[in-house]
Design a protein around this ligand. Structure first.
Ligand code: GAR
Length: 193
């Protein structure tokens, strides 16, 4: 069987990218075709270098005003495009070309704490400020609107009154590491492999 091709998009640290790459490292049926980033100095680039994964940087113009990134994606023939801490909205040309083939992970229980500006620590600080007693992760398909595509999986965790935003972030990251690769695998192989 030809290995399934995953492309990951990330804007920051890339700890999810590393976790996904490690999860599939010895799986002959899955290849990380490339990691794409919109931040020239993103830590994810160092991780990819260390892990020997192809990584590429693209700028705003190539993403929003041209078909450059789209053509690159097409050439890699992805089975799934995974946003792992990617912070730009996905342009319509990409959404239209890959219906139900782009997924995102959001560090909260959508529809709570979604939308523009709601990412990373901003989300965890809001959870703390609102004294929520639970938070979690949402893995969802990507459509034209931020954080509004159909939900694939949500997993909850408890927030204790004494938890700081950093501690909430740690809990959420643990959920991401545990569940994101498994969801990806299930989407690639819905009947098992
Ligand atoms: C993750 O917690 C992910 O859920 C979040 O960014 C973090 C990236 O961490 N994504 C968003 O907030 C998207 N709106 P990482 O770079 O260490 O994987």
């Amino acid at each position: 069987m030809k290995p399934k091709q995953i492309i990951l998009l990330a804007s920051g640290s890339g700890s999810n990218v590393e976790n996904i790459a490690t999860y599939f490292k010895h799986d002959p049926n899955v290849t990380i075709a490339a990691v794409l980033t919109n931040k020239r100095d993103a830590k994810v680039l160092d991780r990819c270098n260390r892990l020997k994964i192809n990584a590429l940087y693209f700028n705003k113009h190539s993403f929003f005003d041209s078909d450059c990134v789209l053509n690159l994606l097409k050439s890699l023939k992805p089975d799934l495009i995974v946003l792992a801490g990617f912070l730009w909205k996905i342009p319509e040309n990409l959404v239209k070309t890959y219906p139900n083939s782009i997924i995102n992970i959001h560090p909260a229980l959508l529809p709570k704490y979604g939308g523009k500006g709601m990412y990373g620590m901003n989300v965890h600080k809001a959870v703390k400020e609102n004294r929520d007693t639970e938070t979690g992760i949402t893995i969802h398909y990507v459509n034209e609107n931020y954080d509004e595509g159909a939900i694939i999986r949500q997993v909850k965790t408890i927030v204790l009154p004494e938890d700081s935003p950093v501690q909430i972030a740690e809990k959420v990251h643990q959920l991401e590491y545990e569940h994101f690769p498994k969801v990806i695998k299930h989407l690639l192989f819905p009947h098992g492999n």
